[in-house]
Design a protein around this ligand. Structure first.
Ligand SMILES: Cc1cc2nc3c(=O)[nH]c(=O)nc-3n(C[C@H](O)[C@H](O)[C@H](O)COP(=O)(O)O)c2cc1C
Length: 288
C-alpha cells in the first residue's frame, strides 16, 4: 500500500498527528519493539520551538464522551536540546521524519527552518501556523495574507517539502490553503484542534489550566472531513487529513474526499498501536 507523498515513498498512508505519539516515551515503556514495529509510515515530531517551553499549567486534559480537550501549550525542550538529545535517537526509527516547528515571529521560524533543513533523514517540514502569532496578534493560519507571508518568508530557505498545518478555527480554511499553496507550500495538513471549553462540574469554572483548550477525537471528525473536502477541492497540492480518525473506515473517508495521507492523533492515546491497526484495516478495505 505504498504511497508517494511529495516525492517521498511511504509504506502506507497512515502517519501520526504531531504531539500525539512520542517514540522515545513509547520505547521507554514498551521497549525496542516500539521502534522496530513502528506503527506509522513516517514520524511527525511534536511542535518544536526555538526556546524551551513548560506548556500550560495543569490540568491539561479533559475527556468528553467522544472527544478530548487539551490545553498542553506546546511544552518542548527547544530546538537546541532537541537536536542534541532527541534527533540522534529519532533517526534510528525505521521511517522518515517530518519535523513540525512553530515560530513566535518570523525570525524564530527562519531559524527553525534553517536548522531543520540540513538534517539527514528529515523528509519534510510541517509549519504549525495554527498558534497565535505575537507579531500581528492574529492566528497565522486563520488569515490568508498572514499565512502566505509566513510561507513566503521561509520558502527560499529549504528545498524540503513544506507542509502547512491549518487551524479549523478559521472562517474559510480553503482560502488559507489557497494562499499557502500560491506562496509555495507543498502540502497542507489539517485539522489542528477546535477551540473548546470544559467547565469543572462542581464550580462551573474553566477546568483546564489554560482556560480554553483544543478539541480532538471522533467528535470532531465530521468537521474535519468537511473542511478537508473543501480544501482538497480548492488546491492541487497533497493533503494530510486528520481529526478523529480511529479506524480504517474513518481513515478511508479522508482518502475518499481527496487526502493523500491520513494522520492519527487522539486514537493513539487509548491504543498505542492504532497506527498499524488502522493501516491494516485500510489495506483490508482495499481487498474487498
Ligand atoms: C494532546 C495533544 C497534543 C497536540 N500537540 C500538537 C502539537 O504539538 N503540534 C501540532 O501541530 N498539533 C498538535 N496536536 C493536534 C494534533 O496533531 C491533531 O491535529 C488533532 O489532535 C486532530 O487529530 P485527532 O482528532 O486524531 O487527535 C495535539 C493534539 C493533542 C490531542
Amino acid at each position: 500500500m505504498s504511497v508517494n507523498f511529495c516525492g517521498v515513498e511511504l509504506a502506507h498512508e497512515v502517519v501520526n498527528a504531531s504531539g500525539t505519539f512520542d517514540p522515545l516515551a513509547a520505547r521507554r515503556t514498551f521497549g525496542e519493539v516500539a521502534f522496530t514495529d513502528f506503527p506509522f509510515s513516517a514520524h511527525v515530531t511534536k511542535t518544536i520551538t526555538v526556546a524551551a517551553r513548560q506548556g500550560n499549567r495543569p490540568p491539561r486534559l479533559w475527556e468528553a464522551p467522544t472527544s478530548l480537550i487539551n490545553s498542553i501549550g506546546l511544552p518542548n525542550k527547544g530546538i537546541d536540546r532537541w537536536l542534541e538529545e532527541d534527533y540522534p535517537e529519532l533517526r534510528k526509527l525505521p521511517v522518515p521524519l517530518i519535523v513540525n516547528v512553530m515560530g513566535f515571529d518570523t525570525d524564530e521560524l527562519l531559524k527553525l527552518v534553517g536548522v531543520v533543513t540540513g538534517l539527514e533523514d528529515v523528509v519534510a517540514i510541517e509549519l504549525n501556523v495554527s498558534c497565535p502569532n505575537v507579531e500581528t496578534g492574529t492566528i497565522i493560519g486563520s488569515d490568508p495574507d498572514e499565512c502566505a507571508r509566513t510561507v513566503d518568508a521561509v520558502r527560499g530557505l529549504t528545498t524540503l517539502p513544506l507542509i502547512v498545518k491549518l487551524t479549523p478555527n478559521a472562517t474559510d480554511p480553503a482560502a488559507v490553503a489557497i494562499a499557502a499553496s500560491e506562496a509555495g507550500a507543498d502540502a497542507i495538513s489539517m485539522i489542528n484542534t477546535l477551540r473548546g471549553l470544559a467547565l469543572d462540574p462542581a464550580t462551573l469554572e474553566p477546568w483546564l489550566g489554560g482556560g480554553t483548550g483544543g478539541v480532538s477525537g471522533p467528535g470532531v471528525r465530521a468537521v474535519a472531513l468537511a473542511q478537508t473536502a473543501s480544501v482538497c477541492a480548492a488546491v492541487s497540492i497533497p493533503i494530510i487529513g486528520m481529526g478523529g480518525v480511529d479506524s480504517g473506515a474513518s481513515a478511508n473517508e479522508f482518502l475518499a474526499v481527496g487526502a493523500t495521507l491520513v494522520a492519527v492523533g487522539t486514537a493513539s492515546f487509548t491504543d498505542p498501536m492504532a497506527g498499524s491497526r488502522i493501516a491494516g484495516e485500510l489495506a483490508g478495505l482495499r481487498q474487498l
